[in-house]
Design a protein around this ligand. Structure first.
Ligand code: CP
Ligand code: NVA
Length: 304
């Protein structure tokens, strides 16, 4: 059993390589149903400032299947939405729930929760990272390819939260990672530096504006929306800039013949990905969405 009890997951880089691999193994065992751990009377709080289908439902179902309980702390029906300071909310929730999954804008808000709570804080998506999704993605990749080491993942599009967690996750498990983004939408220089440091001597990191170069021979091709939650007003202006990075059959033809297609969802067909590719034989997006449940169950069993 890993040593994650009581730990926060604010960034995927909070985990060591061995801890990620152990979580993936545990997730696989939980998925088969052979292992059925349970914890009665544990409560997970969900404090989400942004919309969510997969993350909200998979955490809720995971807790239910483990014998625990979830409280949905909607900002609209709690004092969170009326501006109670995060420091106060954190110290109060710390006395009630056993862990808190937070979906918000600033990474600093997650850090405040972590600083003011003794219970584990889980990043359920911030503007900077989406570590729970990246865990499910690594689970999906290992289900398809076995050993992760040496595989190449290419991400096309916005250098956003998803790109950041995939970069860190791939580097940690020894995968090569390529990010192809338009100028002005590259991943954060700090995350690039952190990724390169982790990858040194183990795998390759390529950050480029050339989607065709990045696509060549990749075993995993990944994309996400061109405008994330909170950037809706920029969506139309971004379309022409991002068009060359659309995951379509031309880019797929450059990837490895056995490449799989991943997308965290929700997807915009005809923008970041064509319907043909999303619905095609190489797409594993529904398995990937299912794996949110198994990966998060493994995380909950480990931290609680
Ligand atoms: N992929 C993902 O996090 O989806 P939701 O926004 O629906 O939770
Ligand atoms: N980058 C997207 C991911 C949604 C799951 C967003 O933040 O909106």
């Amino acid at each position: 059993m890993n040593n994650l009890k009581g730990r926060d997951l604010l960034s995927l880089a909070d985990l060591q390589t061995s801890e990620i691999l152990e979580l993936l193994d545990l997730a696989k065992q939980l998925k088969t149903g052979k292992l059925q751990p349970s914890f009665e009377r544990k409560t997970l709080g969900l404090l989400f400032r942004k919309a969510s289908t997969r993350t909200r439902v998979s955490f809720s179902v995971a807790m239910h299947q483990l014998g625990g309980h979830v409280i949905d702390l909607l900002p609209s029906s709690t004092q969170v939405g009326r501006g109670e300071p995060v420091e106060d909310t954190a110290r109060v929730l710390d006395r009630y729930v056993d862990a808190l999954a937070v979906r918000t804008f600033a990474q600093s808000e997650l850090e405040t929760f972590a600083n003011y709570c003794k219970i584990p804080i889980i990043n359920a998506l911030s503007d900077r990272e989406h570590p729970c999704q990246a865990l499910a993605d690594l689970l999906t990749i290992t289900e398809n390819f076995g050993d992760l080491k040496g595989l190449t993942l290419t991400y096309f599009g916005d250098g956003n939260n998803m790109a950041h967690s995939l970069m860190l996750g791939c580097a940690l498990v020894g995968m090569n990672v390529r990010i192809a983004s338009p100028i002005g939408f590259m991943p954060s220089p700090e995350i690039v530096a952190q990724t390169k440091k982790i990858a040194t001597g183990k795998s390759e990191v390529l950050i480029t504006n050339d989607p065709r170069l990045a696509a060549k021979g990749a075993q995993v091709v990944y994309t996400d929306v061109w405008a994330s939650m909170g950037q809706e007003q920029e969506a139309d202006d971004r379309i022409p800039l991002f068009q060359p990075f659309q995951l379509n059959s031309e880019l797929m033809a450059l990837a490895d013949k056995k490449a799989i297609v991943l997308h965290c969802l929700p997807a915009h067909r005809g923008e970041e990905i064509t319907a043909e590719v999303l619905e095609g034989d190489q797409s594993k997006v529904w398995d990937e969405a299912e794996n949110r449940l198994h990966a998060q169950k493994a995380l909950l069993v480990s931290i609680l």
